[in-house]
Design a protein around this ligand. Structure first.
Ligand code: ZN
Length: 355
């Protein structure tokens, strides 16, 4: 193993729907009796993974063709526990991720209300706890994602849940999903500010596609701790200065941006990343979902080095920012902080596991 492989890493931007090994997803789907539109495992692997050769035309295609299936398969307490558990352990084994934040939308995993939202979240937290027991070197936290296709009322419920389970390992709130004409960032501002006031970390997918007005609003009004992607900021010198001054960290996901046709190619990626470096903007290197994009933080770093986009020294700086910019805080008194709900859930799951 090379020195590079052994370096402890952190990843801050991974979606659960894109992060679970297809082998595990295949087993989970079968255990739950989900009817899949494929003839064999290999077709399934092809169905839930993306490569640069079979790009998506846009984020809508990504959502419709890939996330639809992965979110459906993860839509039960049993499935989400297994899924979260596998991602935290897998990140450590494959890439030496000693710190991992994993994001998901619980309301996209409760079969439109058929399953209990609290149980979905508690099961995810328990999956994370189990992984941390098995890999004590790893710190992990879950981010709850709101969605642009949801109503304000639905997203409000999600924020309430995130605040409720803050002591148990929910570390932040995110807004995700492709652009929607019905979505208003301004209307969602009170929700985000409520989560921020409650002490949750705030990261928002913005500036991935061309909505500059939305990105400006996010930077100037919501002032999040981090922004998912933020690529188009590279076109606006003044906004870049504000991002740098506010120390907002951009979570960059190179392969994902190339696979989803957000960027035309490596040359465009190089120009954007060099602009960020030269403007003093803080950013981190992420996968967006290692299994769906068949990548890892390690592979992303090697890709950036191989294409002369970043130097070793610059990558090290990004990793320092990742460890610094995490929403995961060390626990002062360990499990004593857990909510009654998680304690009950753990006892129930524990007794199930034991016998
Ligand atoms: Zn993302």
């Amino acid at each position: 193993m090379s020195q590079r492989t052994l370096t402890p890493r952190a990843e801050l931007h991974t979606h659960l729907g894109a992060a679970v090994d297809p082998v595990i997803m295949w087993t989970i789907a079968h255990r739950q009796g989900i009817k899949l539109p494929v003839k064999n495992y290999w077709d399934f692997e092809e169905m839930i993974t993306v490569t640069p050769e079979k790009k998506n035309l846009n984020l809508d295609e990504m959502d419709k063709h890939y996330y639809h299936w992965t979110e459906l398969i993860q839509s039960s307490p049993e499935a989400i526990e297994e899924a979260v558990h596998s991602v935290i352990g897998g990140g450590y084994r494959k890439c030496n991720l000693v710190l991992q934040e994993l994001r998901f939308n619980p309301m996209k995993r409760n079969r439109t209300g058929e399953r209990d939202l609290d149980l979905i979240i508690l099961a995810a937290l328990w999956g994370m706890r189990r992984a941390m027991l098995e890999y004590p070197q790893v710190s992990a936290g879950l981010i709850i994602s709101l969605d642009r296709s949801f109503t304000l009322a639905q997203n409000g419920i999600i924020v309430d849940k995130a605040i409720r389970y803050q002591l148990d390992g929910i570390v932040g709130v995110d807004i995700a999903g492709p652009d929607r004409a019905t979505f208003s960032m301004k209307a969602h501002a009170p929700l985000i500010l409520r989560a921020k006031k409650a002490g949750l970390g705030i990261t928002i997918h913005a500036g991935e596609t061309g909505n500059m007005k939305e990105l400006e609003y996010v930077v100037r009004r919501l002032r999040p701790h981090r922004i998912g992607h933020g690529l188009i900021a590279a076109n606006d010198k003044k906004l870049l200065e504000e991002i740098a001054k506010q120390k907002i960290i951009l979570e960059i996901c190179p392969t994902s941006n190339l696979c989803n046709s957000i960027l035309k190619g490596v040359d465009e990626l190089r120009v954007i990343i060099r602009t960020f470096v030269e403007s003093g903007v803080r950013f981190t290197i992420n996968t967006d979902g290692p299994e769906m994009y068949r990548t890892s933080v390690l592979k992303e770093e090697e890709f950036l080095l191989a294409h002369d986009i970043m130097s070793e020294k610059e990558l090290e700086q990004c990793m320092r920012w990742a460890f610094k910019g995490t929403f995961i805080r060390p626990r002062s008194n360990g499990n004593a902080q857990e909510s009654k709900a998680l304690q009950k859930y753990m006892v129930r799951r524990g007794s199930t596991l034991l016998g």
